[in-house]
Ligand binder design. Structure first.
Ligand code: PBE
Length: 268
């Protein structure tokens, strides 16, 4: 367990993820609102964060990460979220499907599927864990789609197949979105679409949907995480539906770190 000062034990450092993610913006706000001027947040990537977590965890060393659920890290490591009494990371967060202006008219079949598309945290986590265990994303996605035809058919029921229309999906480099976009790529291909997937940084992801260079994304975490992006591009996209409710994010630590249960505890 951890004794003494939490800040000193981790060198007043929170291990963050990619700089354009909503997470990083919210974590900067956390340092302000909780009055933690001595702290800093490293930026890098989700992969660098989980690598740092694994290194610390293997040696039972203290570490504070920016975390979100669903994510495979919660099945590989015993982690706890720190309480966020000011709710800077938000409360009831959802994942939304956004389409470019005109999406409904140009892709009426896909539009119906996207409106109905909804799954739960365990579904997404299943694909994420398979990928983390070494499965190729498209194989993990195919397995989930094959095993969950009951769910998939609720989205596609009565929708006519198309004939090779190209649909461009865009997502940002988060493991959760790698899972969802690969899953929907398989569903759309089964419906006759030719699907192009591209992974870009979060800013370019939102601007691609806004300027129409991409058709849709399943990666908008709202109302809080991507508030700034959504406000910036207000009126330049369609909010098609909510694919997941109850998603969560915040600061997390391994459960072996004792005496730190709330962001407030970082003050001491
Ligand atoms: N995340 C996962 C993203 C959204 C999806 C919480 C790391 C973020 O922008 O922070």
């Amino acid at each position: 367990g951890t004794t003494g000062n939490v800040g000193e034990s981790v060198d007043y450092t929170i291990t963050g993820i990619d700089p354009g993610s909503g997470h990083m913006e919210l974590t900067a706000k956390v340092l302000e609102e909780y009055d933690l001027p001595d702290w800093n947040v490293t930026s890098g990537s989700g992969a660098a964060m989980t690598a740092a977590l694994k290194r610390a965890y293997d040696k039972e060393e203290p570490i504070i990460i920016t975390a979100w659920s669903p994510h495979w890290k919660f099945s590989k490591f015993d982690l706890k979220y720190l309480d966020d009494p000011q709710l800077i990371y938000g409360d009831a967060e959802e994942i939304h499907t956004l389409g470019r202006t005109g999406f409904k008219e140009d892709f009426p079949e896909a539009y119906t599927i996207f409106q109905r598309f909804s799954w739960d945290m365990d579904d997404m986590a299943e694909i994420m864990i398979a990928i983390e265990d070494g499965e190729k994303p498209e194989v993990a996605a195919r397995t989930w789609v094959d095993d969950n035809q009951d769910k998939v058919s609720e989205w596609t029921d009565g929708v006519a197949k198309v004939n090779g229309e190209t649909i461009k999906l865009v997502y940002a480099p988060w493991d959760s979105e790698l899972a969802s976009h690969n899953m929907m790529k398989i569903v759309l291909e089964d419906m006759g679409y030719d699907v192009q997937l591209s992974m870009v940084e979060p800013g370019p992801m939102f601007s691609a949907v806004a300027d129409g260079s991409a058709d849709a994304t399943f990666a908008a975490w709202l109302p809080n995480t991507h508030k700034t992006y959504v406000e910036k591009f207000e009126g330049e996209f369609e909010d098609i539906g909510v694919s997941m409710v109850g998603v969560k994010q915040g600061l997390a630590v391994p459960t072996y770190m004792e005496g730190v249960d709330s962001i407030e505890d970082l003050k001491s």
